[in-house]
Every structure is written in C-alpha cells, then in structure tokens.
Ligand binder design. Structure first.
Ligand SMILES: C[S@@+](CC[C@H](N)C(=O)[O-])C[C@H]1O[C@@H](n2cnc3c(N)ncnc32)[C@H](O)[C@@H]1O
Length: 325
C-alpha cells in the first residue's frame, strides 16, 4: 500500500476526530493538558526528548530497549514479534516518545497501519524522524482520551508510559476499550513498587523536584549519575541481610545496585553511556506523574477490565504483560 492509501485507511478509522493535512504524517489532537501534573509531566518529557534526540548514544539505547521489549512481552525474538504483528491491521504505540518502537513495528509489519501518540513535543520529532515509513503516523495527544473507536485496534502497546498519565487506571480502561474484542491484544508495563526507603524518598523528593527549574533538574540528574558511576567504580559487592520490614531483599549485591534498588535512583551504565545515564535519572525524578504498582494491583486491574493474561513478566523494575480482549 502507498502512503496515500494508508492515510485513507487512517482517516476512515479516525473520522473527523483528527484531521491529517494531505501528505502529512503528523497531526495534533491536544497540545495541552488540563491537569497541572500532566502538564508538568509533558514539559519534562518534551525537554528530555528534545535533548536526547541529538544524542549520539541513542541508537545504543534503542537496541537495548528493543531487546528488553521482547523479554517484557514474551516474544522469543524479532521474528516472533514480526509474525505476531503480521495480519494485525491496526497497531498503536501509546506514549511513543521519539517513536523508535512505533517505527520498529512499522518495519516489521509493513502491511499494517501503525500510529504513535505522545503528549509531549516528541510526537512531532518522531514524525520528522520517520517520514520515510509510509505506514506510520504520529499524533500529539493524550492516550487517556484516544480518537479510536471501540475495539478498533489489533495491538495496543503501552510500554513504560501508563504510570505517567494523570489517572493510570482510567488510561488502562481507555486502552482496553479500543483493543479489538476476540483476538486483539494490549501490552502494558507498570513500574513496580520498590523497598520502603526508596519509595519514601522517591515520593518526597519528587515533590521537591516539582519546584525545581529545568536547569536544576538536569544538574541534579548529572550529580545522581556521578554518584552511580563512582559507586559502580568501587566494584564492591557484599552480602546484605533480609530486612522484610523495609522490603529489602537480602543477597549478594554490588554496592551501587543495593543503593539504587533500595534507597535512591542513581543510574549509571558504562555500556549505554553518560548521556543516556543522565537522561534515565532525569526521567525518574522530573515528571510529577510516576505511579508505582504492586503485583496485586496490576492483576486486579487486568481482572476488572475482563482481560485474559496471555503473558506475564516480573522483574525488579516492573511488571509487564500482554492481555487479550
Ligand atoms: C518513559 S517514556 C517512554 C516512551 C516510549 N514508550 C519508549 O519506550 O521509549 C514515557 C512517555 O509517555 C508520554 N506520556 C506521558 N503521559 C502521556 C499521556 N497522557 N498521553 C500520551 N503520552 C504520555 C511521555 O511524553 C513520554 O514520552
């Protein structure tokens, strides 16, 4: 199919809710958020993606993210994801950021229509970066109020996003609403609640961060990255005791990982590079909206929406899964 044919299919799907200009791969549904926290969250991500789009490290991050995506959602490899996507006419990347996952889906499923929505400026940047893909379109807007009719999307992917929306449970209901009944799937990732000291510090500190200017937030993210780097360079491991009352799991830890998981986010990865490490720390404390979930909360949400679990994954950072409607 040509770009014009995909555009026709997209416009038929969306009706007059969003109108793309002829030949355009970008449209704006809503550029501003009503809630102050969502508005601040959008600004933080616009700032983050605006800087990171220039980074020479981004291809390394994208590669790591694509591999992780396969693990998170139970695909044995890229071919497995490609055959899962094949025949799914409409694919939606909810909260697409710079759009590299939407572009990945569009390349793996060249006969499908792929749409990415993000509430930050990243949606426009994504559209500029991936103009060459005829089956891929971007919209700036809120994934809690999408322009899709009921049951019209064959695969909804909401990776590392839902916690940043104003009311994640309502967003989950909205993404369920648009997933096709009888065969459609909805993949979602949830931040996992961590040890008590880390949860308390994160909540308290995020309130302070709301008061900080963008330059201060970036400076703080650099300082946290430096802390993570220096701790990693110590190359000290030790046996931590179990402290169930604080939610701290005992075992052999590198000192940086121990502090990271239990006390403060101070990410550092030599492999991903210094800019990506700074952006990762910025991404954690800068957005006002960042809900964390317990496993029982995730499972209750899935049950409330009447979804069937096709794949469930858990690791220290998150819960994720693919749910069928
Ligand atoms: C951590 S990033 C993840 C981006 C992308 N999914 C990825 O995996 O690289 C979270 C993204 O969610 C977007 N976001 C937050 N709230 C949103 C909302 N209500 N509607 C649409 N996008 C939203 C942010 O702008 C940001 O780009």
């Amino acid at each position: 199919m040509t770009r014009e044919e995909f555009a026709g299919k997209l416009q038929a799907l969306l009706g007059d809710k969003v109108v793309f200009a002829p030949g355009a791969n970008f449209a704006s549904l809503a550029a501003t958020a009503e809630a102050a926290e969502q508005s601040q969250t959008n600004d933080a991500f616009s700032d983050k993606w605006g800087r990171y789009d220039q980074s020479e490290e981004k291809q390394r991050l994208y590669e790591m993210q694509r591999k992780w995506y396969l693990d998170l959602y139970g695909f044995s490899g890229e071919e497995d994801l490609a055959s899962f996507l094949e025949g799914r006419g409409v694919i939606f990347d909810a909260g697409c950021g710079l759009g590299y996952k939407a572009a990945w889906f569009a390349e793996l499923a060249p006969h499908s229509l792929v749409i990415g929505i993000d509430f930050s400026d990243a949606a426009r940047q994504a559209a500029q970066n991936y103009r060459h893909l005829p089956n891929l379109f971007f919209i700036r807007g809120d994934i809690a109020a999408t322009p899709f009719p009921d049951g019209s999307v064959d695969y909804v992917s909401c990776d590392q996003v839902i916690m940043h929306t104003q009311n994640p449970d309502l967003t989950f209901a909205e993404l369920t609403r648009i997933t096709r009944k009888g065969g459609g799937e909805f993949a979602c990732y949830f931040y996992r609640k961590k040890a008590l000291p880390r949860e308390l510090l994160d909540d308290h500190f995020r309130l302070r961060c709301k008061e900080m200017a963008s330059d201060e937030l970036w400076a703080m993210s650099e300082q946290l990255t430096e802390l993570g780097k220096r701790l990693s360079e110590l190359k000290v491991s030790f046996d931590a005791p179990d402290i169930p009352a604080l939610g701290i799991k005992g075992g052999r830890y590198d000192i940086q990982r121990f502090l990271y998981w239990n006390f403060i986010k101070c990410f550092w990865s030599e492999e991903l590079g210094p800019e990506t490490s700074v952006v990762t720390n910025y991404d954690w404390y800068s957005p006002s909206n960042a809900r964390r979930y317990g496993k029982e909360e995730v499972l209750a949400l899935v049950e409330q929406q009447g979804l069937a679990t096709r794949h469930f994954h858990e690791e220290e950072a998150c819960y994720s899964g693919r749910f069928g409607r």
